[in-house]
Design a protein around this ligand. Structure first.
Ligand code: RIB
Length: 333
């Protein structure tokens, strides 16, 4: 068990200075503060002490960890989080992990050194080692979008199973029977749940689930484009494609155009997320709305409430999905 004295020696300061950093009881320069905190983390200084220093940090700063800040879905979530935080007098430090759990862990350490008061967290992958690190430090955290059911934390999700089901049911109701599905990364639970909803909607309509109509994408447009070029070579082409996010659906539209397949006359297309761009494709993209603004606001509300009271029981909020019908599906507009 490391001591304050060992931290002081490691950081090249007095034990008194270490105590001031932990308790935020006297001005300490940012350079010294960061040296002391780095020493605490390197020596694994008793987590409770470090958490105490974080709690008393009173930096009015939140950390926001996103897996892909270039994806408009996360950009819109980030905008909502920052707007809500700012309205409550908090600043936000944005960390983009690019879906890399090692980078995610690095950013968690950066946020701890910065003494953020809480973290809004979208996991890079299904398993997040960073969570156990954060839990030890008892820093307020809200999990968003990608569920981490193995830990009891404040969580804000949208109903991905319902979204996949309703998207597919909409296409079935338009008369489609050969409905392809382009999933996101299979290890991410939002995509897996959407695919489960897709399959259940087919089964409930007594339509077989065909493996040859399933493709796995990576949530980027190129994977939707590539998957569609492949699907359109099938002897019996799909008459509809459900892409598990809007960016892949935009790749679908490009592939259909390149192959001279008319949308929606010859191919209906359904996306997921309802990013702002989805209403500006030609035709405008039918999709499943994720309430991004509400999700961001809920996450900030939860994390600020927990900063004020760490003893609140963990909360889970599930926001309903909603089909947004535009031009790429045909039928009623
Ligand atoms: O577009 C990015 C996708 O990853 C979204 O559907 C969101 O749910 C996230 O998991």
């Amino acid at each position: 068990m490391s001591t304050i004295r060992e931290v002081a020696i490691r950081a090249g300061v007095s034990s008194t200075t270490v105590s001031h950093v932990i308790n935020n009881t006297r001005f300490v320069s940012e350079e010294v503060r960061q040296r002391v905190q780095a020493a605490m983390i390197e020596l694994g200084y008793h987590p409770n002490a470090l958490a105490r220093s974080l709690r008393r940090g009173e930096t009015n700063t939140l950390g926001l960890i996103l897996p892909d800040s270039a994806n408009p879905f996360f950009a819109e979530i980030g905008h909502s989080v920052e707007t809500a935080a700012f309205s409550h007098g908090y600043n936000v430090i944005l960390c983009n992990t690019d879906g890399d759990v090692d980078r995610e862990r690095t950013y968690v350490d950066v946020l701890l050194k910065k003494q953020v008061d809480g973290i809004v967290f979208v996991a890079a992958g299904e398993r997040s080692d960073s969570i156990s690190h954060i839990l030890k430090l008892e820093i307020p955290i809200v999990v968003v979008d990608r569920d981490l059911p193995e830990v009891q934390l404040d969580t804000v999700l949208s109903d991905n199973y319902q979204g996949g089901y309703l998207a597919t049911q909409h296409l079935i109701n338009l008369g489609h029977r050969r409905i392809a599905c382009i999933s996101g990364p299979s290890h991410l639970n939002p995509s897996a749940l959407r695919v489960t909803g897709y399959k259940q909607a087919l089964l409930d309509a007594h339509i077989p689930v065909y493996d040859h109509l399933m493709r796995q994408g990576n949530f980027h447009p190129s994977s939707g484009w590539q998957a569609t070029l492949d699907l359109l070579t099938l002897p019996e082409k799909p008459t509809a494609i459900f892409a598990c996010n809007d960016l892949m659906a935009m790749g679908v539209l490009r592939a259909a155009a390149e192959c001279g397949v008319r949308v929606p006359q010859e191919l209906a297309v359904m996306g997921y997320d309802d990013i702002e761009l989805s209403s500006y494709t030609t035709p405008a993209l039918s999709t499943v709305r994720q309430p991004k603004a509400e999700i961001g606001q809920t996450a900030v509300r939860m994390v600020l409430e927990r900063i004020q009271n760490k003893d609140i029981p963990p909360r889970r909020e599930l926001h309903p999905a909603q089909v947004i019908v535009r031009g790429t599906c045909g039928g009623q507009q």
